[in-house]
Design a protein around this ligand. Structure first.
Ligand code: HEM
Length: 136
């Protein structure tokens, strides 16, 4: 009557070929260096000596999300084409949120994202008036 082989999986199972932040943190040394870029996990251990930007910057970003640092540098297409060779798999779970960021976006909500939209008609009117003044 009682079935012992019932598989009720309560906890979510981490899919094969995915890596969590916990796992990544174990690979934050020169001997084994993993990095998260755009939600993909890369093993860049062998690339460290070849990196034109040096190994120090890579070690600094080891075992965590390096997307921002990678994009800040403005890496070329050539650099991006190197990535598939180092791909380990997908990222699993949650990334650590950077609490520092909330300070800048907490207030002054409209000023941080470029210029406000009303600048466009005002600029057009100003340009028109300037044109009239120069014609007169
Ligand atoms: C696996 C990931 C990475 C790859 C494949 C890679 C590849 C490259 C390549 C090919 C260049 C030469 C310039 C270019 O083509 O854009 C470069 C430059 C550079 N990289 Fe990376 N990079 C990686 C990660 C990073 C990270 C996480 C940082 C952290 C800040 C970084 C910092 C730099 C810097 C500062 C330079 C400029 C070096 C210079 O011009 O003096 N890179 N990288």
């Amino acid at each position: 009557m009682a079935e012992s082989s019932t598989s009720t999986s309560a906890a979510p199972v981490q899919p094969e070929g995915t890596y969590s932040l916990e796992q990544m943190k174990e690979h934050n040394t020169r001997e084994s260096l993993w990095m998260l870029l755009h939600d993909k996990v890369y093993d860049i251990t062998a690339f460290m000596d070849e990196h034109p930007g040096g190994d120090e910057v890579l070690i600094e970003e080891a075992g965590r999300d390096a997307t921002e640092a990678f994009e800040d540098v403005g890496h070329s297409d050539e650099a991006r084409e190197m990535l598939p060779k180092m791909l380990l798999g997908d990222f699993y779970g949650e990334k650590k949120s950077k609490s520092k960021k909330s300070l800048t976006s907490a207030d002054g909500s409209s000023t941080s994202s470029g210029f406000p939209i009303w600048v466009v008609p005002v600029a057009l009117v100003a340009a028109f008036l300037a044109w009239r003044v120069f014609l007169a």
